[in-house]
Design a binder for this molecule. Structure first.
Ligand SMILES: [Zn+2]
Length: 161
């Protein structure tokens, strides 16, 4: 059986009602839970995202040589070395990595998707597993990276390096 008349999915990508973007360009934007989120809860599906021709601070790497752009409010997800959100580029979902309380800022581990980042920065999160300089997975020592969940394309790129 084949599906021949599926409508475009570009505007029907599943999106949670549980988050909101706070802040502005001056103070920095952040994504915050506006209700409790359950561990594993899918917050968005990435199927409708646009492929990006070049990596920027707003793109997410989804494969060895592919990036996507414009993840709606999740464009403003900040980095965390103790993430409560996971971007899974195999399932093509954004989900809660653990239970999240209303009001908590959401963050994901940038090197879990990014091999080499367009705009590296220093992390001051203070978590036990803080990586310090965040430049992408390529620059992290194996023992540091082993403490974090990463996507399949990062594991593939590590094996090639
Ligand atoms: Zn950190």
């Amino acid at each position: 059986m084949t599906m021949t008349s599926e409508p475009s999915t570009s505007t029907s990508t599943m999106m949670t009602d549980g988050v909101r973007v706070l802040g502005d360009e001056q103070t920095g934007r952040r994504v915050v839970a506006i209700r409790a989120l359950q561990a594993g809860e899918v917050l968005a599906e990435l199927g409708g995202a646009q492929r990006a021709s070049v990596a920027t601070r707003y793109t997410v790497q989804v494969d060895v040589d592919a990036h996507i752009d414009g993840l709606w409010q999740f464009t403003f997800l900040n980095h965390s070395c103790a993430p409560n959100v996971r971007i899974d580029t195999t399932a093509m979902t954004i989900s809660a990595a653990r239970n999240v309380a209303a009001g908590e800022e959401l963050g994901y581990f940038y090197p879990s998707t990014e091999w080499m980042m367009a705009e590296p920065f220093d992390c001051h999160c203070g978590s036990a597993n803080c990586v310090g300089r965040v430049t992408g997975a390529a620059d992290l020592n194996a023992d540091v990276l082993d403490k974090h969940w990463v996507n399949r394309h990062i594991t593939e790129l590590r094996a090639r390096a």
